[in-house]
Design a protein around this ligand. Structure first.
Ligand code: C2E
Ligand code: CA
Ligand code: CA
Length: 775
């Protein structure tokens, strides 16, 4: 404790409170000031009376008396001036100054009276001095500075006077006075400190009670919550207006009603248990029935205990959380169900699968995961619109539900992807039967808002526990089986086989490496295989065939990577590269042979295809009619209109269009009428078997005659021996391609090839003539 705080107090007052505290101090001082003035006057009068008649002293007394009056005047004056003003530090300092002045006047008086007076007078002066000091300290107890300024000169006056009297008893009295003065001032400091801290506490309390009442008011007016109160027996007390509104009943009918009557038995019991154990509780969510409607309340409360430690009841808040609860339920629903079909979603299916896996491990249950995918969903969406697509998906969902048993689960994973979990399987035949049932069910026509639509679906099946021991693996395997089902021709069922895993891994590796080969490596090459005029063995053109030379020296054939490139979309940049490269090579050929480039159906969908072709032709100056683009029938099967538009645009450029692999797949002579092809390429499978199978020859004959009547050229692919040449020539086929003439060769061998003497593009009318001749 510092010397200053010993004399003047140690309570630190926050700046924003200081004015207020000073005002309180000032008010307390003003209250006592008149009594102080009165006491001073009485003391002055007593002393005047006691020393009356002693001339020198009388002058002194008159002086001190008038000085006293002046001090009183100053005090009253300062009171008047400051009564209603803000009390600054300066005003308190002025009070201290006045008190100091009064103290000095008295101190001087005491000193004079004590030095010069007789024994009796000294005793009287001592008594008055002690009384004045104590009284002053009492009246100035809230203002330690003023009290210090007042007491100190008085004490000094007494000390000086007592020492001046020259008696040892007075010296002892002087020491006592000093000790009293110190104690008095210390007492004042204590009183002042406790006054100030008391006032500060009072302010804080007043403020906080203001805040509480403000908050309560706000709660009552703005909050949707309400307060409730029950007695020790659970009966409602002082029912609030809002509570009455919440239960939709008049307030007076609620008073005294048992609180638990609002709740179902189970919840009432739960609450009763809280009450019995006098437990506080927070945000207990309970249902209530109000006007026939089920609502949800969130209740919080704490027990009320009296001084005798007895429960007097409960008090708390309550709010209606029905909307929040509904939103929560909706979110929970959305997290687990598909909004369109109302089927469980992937999350729910995964959980169901995990349970099935668990049962399979513990109870040996067999089950199956069936991945179902619609084969032509996208085209339905594109042609009939999304509302029709949505109707179709709902229809599919219903049919799938009809196909499965009560313990099975049907889920939609998004798009046209559905997954069925068949549980409790005794025999794998049941699964196969279900797969076939689903395929058949999907083949039935759908009624889409008045329009009939035919689709088909493929099913991939994983059988557990044989094909996997986790939900993830089973789904992956069923998906691989589905992939195989689709690539095997759609509308079919396929069980998972372990080899599919290995294939999938290979596919991923191929994709990764192919991407690198395309964008970073120099690993792609074009080989060219000549198309030959059978009679003259002149080369008419070359077909560009892609080769992938891997860094390890392996040469990968297209059959091993074109599929992956198509699945991943890599075929688009890959195909562009082939187009540019083939055209660039052909532009260098001195013999002016045609160049044929294979186009994937995926490339046909790419809007940049035409500009790629145009740019490549323009950049090299290759005449468009030297470029042949080979497409397969599948191009005419999907998105026919858009693809036909692209084909016409290419043909308008002067580019020739060939129908490749004719006779495989869905082969229909109708495709030949769909577009004015420049050429048909008869697939090698017919050529291969034409020596032994008459039907193959018949087909070739039919194609030849149709081509002639439509003005199209024909190339036979896969010609490997002279006998085939003979038979094909007999059918009127002139252009041939096959190992008999040449395998595909790297481009640098083309220019050197002596086989290429001259090049004749055989016009259609020459062809017609030669066929007539043969017939
Ligand atoms: P494709 O268009 O039918 O090409 C002819 C395929 O038959 C070539 O196989 C060729 O080497 C092979 N071939 C030629 N003569 C004979 C023969 O006498 N006997 C037998 N058995 N085969 C013969 P390749 O080069 O493996 O190409 C396979 C397929 O890959 C091509 O079939 C084509 O569909 C596709 N392909 C190749 N290059 C490209 C390309 O750049 N883009 C696209 N989209 N597909 C390509
Ligand atoms: Ca081809
Ligand atoms: Ca072909």
């Amino acid at each position: 404790m510092g010397i200053l705080s010993f004399f003047f107090g140690s309570i630190a007052v926050a700046p924003d409170r200081a004015d207020w505290v000073r005002a309180e101090q000032f008010a307390a001082y003003i209250k006592t000031a008149p009594y102080a003035a009165l006491a001073t006057a009485i003391n002055s009068a007593l002393l005047t009376y006691a020393y009356w008649g002693e001339s020198a002293r009388s002058v002194l007394i008159v002086w001190s008396y008038s000085a006293l009056l002046m001090a009183c005047y100053l005090m009253i004056n300062s009171m008047r001036r400051t009564a209603s003003a803000v009390i600054s530090e300066r005003i308190l300092n002025r009070i201290a100054l006045h008190s100091g002045c009064v103290g000095i006047i008295w101190g001087v008086l005491f000193a004079v009276l004590l030095t010069s007076g007789d024994e009796q007078g000294r005793v009287l002066t001592g008594v008055v001095a002690a009384g004045m000091m104590c009284g002053g300290a009492f009246f100035l107890s809230v203002l330690p500075k003023a009290s210090f300024a007042y007491i100190t000169p008085m004490a000094l006056g007494v000390v000086v006077g007592a020492l001046g009297a020259g008696q040892s008893a007075f010296a002892a009295g002087a020491i006592m006075i000093v000790v009293y003065a110190l104690l008095l001032q210390r007492g004042v400091t204590w009183l002042a400190d406790s006054f100030v801290s008391g006032r500060i506490k009072a302010v804080a309390l007043a403020e906080s009670s203001d805040v509480i009442s403000l908050l309560l008011h706000d709660f009552e007016t703005h909050s949707s919550d309400w307060l409730w109160e029950i007695d020790a027996d659970g009966h409602l007390n002082r029912v609030s207006k809002r509570f009455a509104e919440a239960v939709m009943r008049p307030r007076e009918t609620l008073e005294g009603e048992h609180f638990l009557h609002f709740f179902d038995d189970a919840y009432a019991e739960q609450l009763q248990e809280m009450f019995d154990h006098q437990r506080p509780f927070r945000e207990l969510i309970v249902p209530v029935e109000i006007a026939g409607e089920r609502r949800w309340w969130s209740i919080s409360a704490r027990p009320q205990i009296n001084e005798a430690d007895e429960l007097t009841g409960y008090r708390g808040v309550c709010s209606d959380v029905t909307d929040a609860k509904a939103a929560e339920a909706k979110i929970a629903y959305m997290a687990h169900y598909d909004a369109l079909t109302k089927l469980p979603n992937r999350t729910t299916m995964t959980t169901a699968l995990e349970r099935a896996v668990e049962r399979s491990k513990t109870a040996g249950e067999q089950f199956a995961v069936l991945c179902v995918d619609l084969d032509k969903f996208k085209s339905i969406n594109d042609t009939l619109g999304h509302p029709a697509g949505d109707t179709l998906l709902r229809g599919v969902a219903n049919r799938l539900i009809d196909c499965v048993g009560a313990h099975d689960v049907v889920a939609r994973f998004g798009g046209d992807e559905f997954v069925v979990l068949k549980t409790r399987v005794e025999d794998i035949d049941e699964v196969e039967f279900l797969g076939d049932t689903i395929v058949d069910a999907l083949l039935e026509p759908f009624d889409l808002n008045g329009q009939q639509a035919m689709i088909s679906g493929s099913v991939g099946i994983a059988f557990a526990p044989k094909d996997g021991d986790s939900a993830e693996v089973l789904l992956k395997h069923a998906d691989l089986a589905l992939y195989r089902a689709k690539s095997n021709g759609r509308g079919r069922t396929q069980f998972f086989e372990s080899s599919m895993d290995e294939e999938a891994r290979k596919r991923m590796a191929v994709e990764h490496d192919l991407r690198r080969a395309l964008y970073e490596g120099d690993e792609l090459r074009l080989h060219f295989q000549p198309l030959v005029h059978a009679a003259t063995t002149d080369v008419i053109g070359y077909e560009a065939l892609l080769r992938w030379n891997r860094p390890n020296g392996d040469v990968v054939m297209p059959s091993d990577f074109i599929d992956v490139a198509e699945e991943t979309g890599l075929i688009v940049p890959l195909g562009e590269w082939v187009i540019r490269q083939a055209i660039q090579e052909a532009a260098h050929w001195t013999h002016k042979a045609n160049v044929a480039v294979n186009l994937s159906p995926i490339q046909m969908k790419n809007p940049a295809l035409i500009s790629t072709v145009v740019q490549a032709l323009a950049a090299t100056g290759l005449p468009p009619n030297r470029l042949e683009l080979e497409i397969t029938e599948s191009v005419l099967m999907q998105e026919t209109d858009a693809n036909l538009k692209t084909l016409h645009a290419l043909k308008d450029l002067g580019v020739q269009i060939a129908l490749d692999d004719f006779g495989t797949g869905y082969s229909s002579l109708n495709y030949l009428r769909a577009f004015p092809f420049d050429k048909i390429k008869i697939d090698k499978c017919f050529v291969e078997e034409m020596e032994v199978r008459n039907d193959c020859r018949a087909i070739i004959r039919a194609v030849m005659s149709l081509a002639v009547s439509l003005g199209m050229r024909v190339t036979a692919e896969g010609v490997e021996n002279e006998r085939q040449v003979e038979l094909l020539t007999a059918e009127g086929c002139v252009e041939m391609q096959g190992y008999l003439y040449s395998r595909p060769i790297p481009c640098d061998q083309i220019a050197k090839s002596d086989a290429v003497a001259s090049v004749i593009a055989v016009p259609a009318d020459t062809l017609k003539r030669s066929i007539k001749r043969l017939a």
